[in-house]
Design a protein around this ligand. Sequence first.
Ligand code: C2E
Ligand code: MG
Ligand code: MG
Length: 422
Amino acid sequence: MYMRKEFLQQIDQLLEQSRNEKGVLAYLVIKLKRMKDINTAYGLQTGDDLLQRMEERLSSIMRPDDVLARTGDSEFGLVLPSLNNVSHALLAANKIVHEGEKPLELESQIIDPGLVVGVSIATEHMKHEGLIQNSTIALMEAEKNNERYRLYEPEIDRTLPPKLVLENEMHYAYDHDEYSLCFQPKIDITKQRLDGAEALIRWHSSKYGLVNTQYFIDILEQSPLLMPVTKWVLNMSLRKCLEFQEIYSDFKIAVNLSAALLTNDDIVDVVTSAVKIWNVEPSSLVLEVTEGAMMKNPALSMDILKKLDTFGVGISIDDFGTGYSSLSYLKNLPAREIKIDRSFVMNMLDDPRDKSIVKAAIDLAHNLDLHVVAEGIEQQGMQDSLTDMGCDFGQGYHIAKPMPDDALKLWLSESPWVKSET
Ligand code: C2E
Ligand code: MG
Ligand code: MG
């Protein structure tokens, strides 16, 4: 595909700039779906005029710093630097299809241009090639699924091998220290201060690069490696918790526990000995378990969770709303909090039904004397709305993204959520 060198250089420059700035950079491939038909039906001149008019239309809805270029016979490339967050890239894509799709009058013909948009977000060290490639993959996915726009999702990473091969690699990864932890801050909305952070595992594979977490966790859960990896996560989290507490003494660390671990009593020993070895207050540790985890063997999981609760660690019900736990079961759980799944929170502002679910979950939790955490807060508007609804805690890209331990220490020393410690 023909692309002007200057445009590619400009993308690289903007990428470079965006590394030193807050916010994200998005690249959109905008394709006129019916260009071929239009050229055939009305001739190349009309086709050219259409592209010209579309360019004017797109320019009229751009911000001053956005950069647009024609990148092919029926395609435009659009760079959106310094967006607040990913959802703004999708809002832009939405606006483009809405505006761009309005029928155009060309030589007394009404032409319906038909747009489809592929969106991708720049990641660290990315150059124009990767960015354009990802947007193009997203565009192809959107076309295949008859959607009007789509965000590139790294998890649809086609270069990953089948699960069985990956499981083998995970043993290698364990032996070669390829796992690491990121920490995502969790704030106490009511007290307007930090509560702690959730530890999230990362796998930087020497072969495949950063592997999508949910993808390899799903494989890990079926593998004998689950227990050793969980022990590693627990120990590393507690060790880091002590370091974070030197900066913020009330810091709590949350660790995710897989469903498969709640079917065997061993996990009680694993947790209690790790807490004792590191000499951490049990109440500084929160274990996040999903609703589904408890449904496999309700009686045994209840027993395990009760033992852990008696020992003094906190229990949190993760991804609340996506499972099927009965209310009577929930009532008897020794949990202290529920985390409303981010799918509800993220759609809250657009879909009143999701907002109702969030409100109902908050009220239900409060009636059962449980705290509520909202995950996936991506905008101030969501945070405000959750505060109004009485939500107690929050987590999400708007507050802070998951980050390595060093970055969290820096964040702890600078964040207004931490400064308000009394
Ligand atoms: P989770 O426990 O529900 O963790 C929250 C996930 O939401 C994390 O994804 C986090 O990066 C992401 N997230 C947080 N805020 C936002 C936001 O504002 N917008 C969006 N779009 N996403 C947000 P991550 O790190 O990819 O982890 C995925 C899942 O993998 C976790 O979901 C958890 O179930 C599992 N997991 C992660 N680490 C571990 C671990 O050490 N052990 C086990 N068993 N599971 C883990
Ligand atoms: Mg979690
Ligand atoms: Mg969750």
